[in-house]
Structures are given as C-alpha cells and as structure tokens.
Design a protein around this ligand. Structure first.
Ligand code: ATP
Ligand code: MG
Ligand code: MG
Length: 562
C-alpha cells in the first residue's frame, strides 16, 4: 500500500521493460559504502532478496527472482575502499546472491549527458546560492504556503513570507538562459569552479507546492576530490536524489523499496524520470528497523568506531553484520529474526532479546558442549585412586551421533569460584563445607577443608542421594583462555537521539583473562560452543593455538546475568 503510485508508463516504455526483464521481477539493494552493513540492512536485504518475491508468489505471480546489488556511491568524501569490500563480504555472508553488482558511479557519464538534456529542456539551472541562501528561500516558500491556509496569520509568518518581494522564494539564478547554464555547468565539470560556489539545481518546485522535497533539488555539487571507485575523472558529483531514480529506471527495477522517510521523495523521484522520459519503477516504503539497546544509524556507528568506544566496525557489541558474525551469530539466525520482524509500515521497535532468541534456537542445535571455568577455584581431590581416570562426556545432550569426548579426572581440578561458599544456604546449589555436589559427567565431591589458595575435597562415586549441584569443571590439563563477556552496548532500551553517547554502558565488555577451558584442538574462527552453565561462545579471530579467545554470543537463558 502507501501513497499513490505514479508508475503509469507509456506503452512503449512498458514493452521495452518487459522485453528486457522477461519473466523476471527485479528488486535492488542499494547501500552506500560509507560504513558497514547493520541489522537494518539485514532487514532490507531480507525484503529485497526474498520476502518481496514471496509476497508476489503468494499472490499467484510466478517470476524469476532478480536482485541487483548496487553501491549507491555518490559521496566520495564518506566512501572508502574498505567499506566497498566489506559490503560485498557481508551480502555474501548473509547468503544472498545478486543477479548483478553495479555502482551508481559507473553511470556518471550517463548522468552528465542527462543533465545536459535537462538544461536544454529548461529543467535544470546552475545556481550560485549558498546552502543558507537556499534555506532562506525555502523558508519564504513555506511561509507562503502556510499563510494560504490561515485566516488570521501571526505577524511573524507574514514577515517571513516577504509578500512585498514577489520572487523572494526563488533563486535569483533560476531563469538563466540555456546557453549561460551550459557555459557555467561546463566550468563546474572542467574544474574551474570552486567547491561551494554553485550547484546544478532541478527546476521542480511550483509556487504553492507543499512538498518541500520538491524545492529545486540539487543535482550536482562541486567536489575537488577523487572517488574510491570512479577515480579522479570527476570534480563534480551528482546527488542521491538526482541519481537514485535514474539508476532504478536504467536497471529496470520493478520494485524500488525504501524506508518510510523517503515517502515524501516519491514526487521528485518521478519528476526526474518524467523529465527524462524514463521507465518508472514502482516505489514502496517500509518502516525502518530499530532495535533496543543499540543504534542503527551509520553516523552514530561511525562515531563509536572513530572515538574508540568500540574496538572497530566488527566489535562483537556492534549491531553490524561483521560484529554479529564475530560475536557468533549465524546468517540463519539473523535472517530468521528478520523474517519474524516482517515488513510493515508501522513503527518498528524490536527488543534485542528477540534477536537473542533466534541465536539461541540456532546454537542449541549447532554448538557442541564443552566446559570452561570463568573464575577458577583450585580444588585438590583426595579419595579412591581408581576414580582418577577418564570419563566420557557427550558432545551434545540430545544428538548422540555427535559422539563423546574424554574428560580426565586429575588430582587437581578447577571449578567456578562462585560455585563454592564456606557457609551453605538453602537456595545455594553449589559446594560448601561438608556438602556434596557432582562434577558433571564424573564423580561427586564434598569439601573437607578450605585453604588460602583453594579447597580440598573428598571424592566418591557412591553417594546416597545424587546432589542437586552439578558443577562444570576442568582438569589440571585445561588450557588458559580469555572469555570476552558482553552485555548491552547501551544502558537503556530506547537510546536517545541526542544524549546517546552518555547512555553507553561502561560494562558492555568484561574480559575474563584467567579463564580455563577443557583441552581443544585449535578450532577455526567463529566455531560455536556451549560452555555448560555459562552460555554460547564463539572463537574470536584473536585466538592463537596457545591461547584461545572466545566471545559470549548469548547467555543460556533470556535475562540471565552475563
Ligand atoms: P543510515 O541512516 O544508517 O546511513 P541509509 O538508509 O542511509 O542508513 P544505506 O546504506 O543507504 O543506509 O541503505 C541501504 C538500504 O538499506 C536502503 O534501501 C535503506 O532503506 C535500507 N536500510 C538502511 N537502514 C535501515 C533500517 N534501519 N531498517 C530498514 N532498512 C534500512
Ligand atoms: Mg542511503
Ligand atoms: Mg545514510
């Protein structure tokens, strides 16, 4: 649904479109390479590579699915090669295969030729107004529109409308001749115009119009700098507004799906296409995804990286695809989350716990079980010598086909410090003086004395009643490792748009650098384990053969402390 569609193509344009696309339906995913992809992009990809087609198929349309992956790269100062590469990596990792990969910048010569055509048609002009002068004119135009709707307007509004100056709402350069516009545009192109001196604007505003996205949009601005993809061929660059619709048309996209804030730009989108007699794709809007306890704006994410508040774009606390990957989320979990969130036009504020739910569901099946100890307490064991042997532990509690691994009970083992208290209490399942507990998959133990650097326990395999406490533990051949335990990046669910930096959590990363894990061959980066009773962890690329490093992907239970 949404606002009115204006895709009434001429018969000739439609024929050409159908001849080109055949039985395929085309969508496009057009990120700007000015940052890394994040959860919002995951939602958009899910829509453009999958859901959009499913909806059509659900309505009985059979079609070949085609999604264009387009770098929307018109701002050289914000875009880099690193971002360009990361986008391709992340699209692929998420499991999506574009029919073709394109760059808006590949069409720079086409946009240029079309700009000349618009100048010829009297639909574009070179404007020497500064951005504040343009803003002032826009305010006058807005005031005039507001005035019309009022019986008894306030004096300030009348003053703002500058009724004594009939053309105060217009750029004084708006009615330049075609020849003068050509000459000035040529100067912009050949590098003899300074940055900020002038722009090429589209003559789209009609006096009285109430959509101020139609206020003679800027189509070109001068920037004396090279482009990460197009090189140094240009010193003026076209804008998003001018180019996006043109590329959608040239790539014969059927559905151009964007977020709701672009709804008021439909009118200008079609104005440009009409002015150039181009094919008109159908535009649809969906709500932006917002997730609690994170931010999904590239401006804010960039600031977190640039100010060192996180370790980089792929910091496991970041809501970026690369952060989620490093954290241990699988594409399947992220896509399941996106599907569950669905596509609507309603405001979309989703609890982070919903994402964690899908991660748990996926890891529950996928991850082998192991034991690790966050804060080790040394336990010296005494008792029947025959009990110091090897025990088998299952790799997965419900999937026997995944086999077992041997655990060796050694004279010294380590348990979690928080699983021991000298003084027992009713609600405590752990070990205490003279109280029995069980080492998982192994013997029972009872604390008989407490020393400065640990405790001593008696062991037995014949206790009357199986103790309630089943503790995770590691033997003395365990490996030192680092556990990186994460909590929410922000202390509040609804992060404030202004005060967001003061809402960053100080405890979003807790490094446990004295942790121990049962002996493992060096697992490859990203391998997932469930460390029993602690959570799901994934191997971090900082790991070495001697020292493993794990990221907490998600705790075992929702709401569990980290
Ligand atoms: P940002 O404000 O983070 O810069 P953007 O929309 O400018 O976001 P792009 O890289 O240009 O980022 O977006 C590429 C595509 O992904 C667009 O179609 C955009 O609508 C979509 N997209 C970006 N963020 C979200 C989001 N939070 N929810 C849904 N779709 C999103
Ligand atoms: Mg964008
Ligand atoms: Mg943006």
């Amino acid at each position: 649904s949404g606002g009115p569609q204006t895709c009434n193509n001429t018969e000739a344009l439609l024929k050409e479109h159908q001849a080109l696309n055949g039985k395929a339906i085309r969508t496009r995913f057009p990120p700007e390479p000015n940052g890394y992809l994040h959860l919002g992009h995951a939602k958009s990809m899910n829509m453009n590579f999958s859901l959009a087609f499913e909806r059509l198929e659900g309505a009985g349309v059979t079609c070949k699915r085609e999604t264009v992956f387009r770098y929307d790269d018109t701002n050289p100062e914000a875009e880099t090669k690193e971002f360009i590469e990361s986008l391709a990596t992340d699209v692929q990792w998420m499991g999506w295969t574009p029919v073709v990969t394109t760059h808006t910048s590949d069409y720079f010569p086409v946009f240029y030729a079309m700009a000349l055509e618009l100048i010829d048609k009297g639909k574009a002009y070179v404007c020497h107004q500064s951005s504040s002068e343009i803003e002032a004119c826009r305010s006058v135009a807005k005031a005039r529109v507001a005035l019309k709707a009022m019986q008894d307007p306030p004096a300030e509004l009348v003053a703002e409308a500058k009724l004594h100056e009939p053309s105060a709402h217009e750029s004084p350069y708006r009615n330049r001749s075609v020849a003068e516009n050509h000459a000035l545009f040529e100067k912009m192109r050949n590098g003899t115009t300074a940055e900020g001196e002038c722009t090429l604007r589209l003559k789209m505003y009609e006096e009285g119009g109430s959509n101020f996205n139609m206020f003679d949009q800027v189509a070109y601005r001068v920037k004396h700098r090279a482009h990460p993809h197009a090189g140094d061929a240009w010193c003026m660059y076209p804008t998003y507004d001018y180019t996006h619709c043109i590329v959608d048309a040239l790539e014969h996209v059927d559905y151009s799906i964007c977020t709701l804030e672009f709804e008021t730009r439909r009118e200008s989108y079609y104005w440009v296409l009409d002015a150039l007699d181009l094919y008109r794709p159908k535009v649809f809007e969906m709500s932006r995804l917002n997730v609690s306890h994170v931010v999904l704006s590239k401006r804010k994410l960039t600031k977190l990286v640039d100010t060192g508040k996180v370790r980089g774009w792929d910091d496991p606390r970041m809501p970026t695809i690369s952060g989620l990957r490093r954290r241990g989320y699988s594409p399947a979990a992220v896509n399941a989350f996106c599907r569950d969130v669905g596509v609507t036009r309603n405001e979309n504020f989703i609890e982070y716990s919903r994402l964690q739910h899908f991660a748990r569901q996926d890891l529950e099946e996928r991850a082998d079980r192991r034991m690790a100890v966050r804060e080790p307490l040394k336990v010296t064991l005494v008792g029947d010598a025959s009990l110091f042997r090897t025990y088998d532990a299952p790799n997965h509690p419900t999937d026997a086909s995944r086999g077992t691994r041997p655990l060796t009970l050694t004279k010294v083992v380590y348990i979690e410090a928080s699983d021991f208290r000298e003084v027992d209490s009713k609600d405590f399942y752990g070990l205490a003086l003279n109280k029995w507990a069980r080492l998982r998959y192994c013997v029972c133990l009872k604390c008989i004395s407490v020393e400065k650097d640990g405790i001593t326990c008696e062991i037995s395999d014949k206790v009357e009643k199986d103790p309630r406490g089943k503790l995770h533990w590691v033997s003395s051949d365990a490996m030192q490792c680092e556990l990186r335990d994460y909590d929410h990046l922000f202390t509040v669910g609804k992060v404030d748009d202004e005060k967001w930096e003061s809402q960053l959590s100080e405890t979003s990363l807790v490094v446990r650098d004295k942790a121990l894990v049962e002996r493992l061959e060096r697992p490859s980066d990203g391998t997932a384990f469930q460390f029993e009773r602690l959570g799901f962890y994934a191997v971090d690329p900082d790991a070495t053969t001697d020292r493993l490093v794990f990221n907490l992907t998600v705790p075992l239970k929702s709401g569990a402390p980290v």
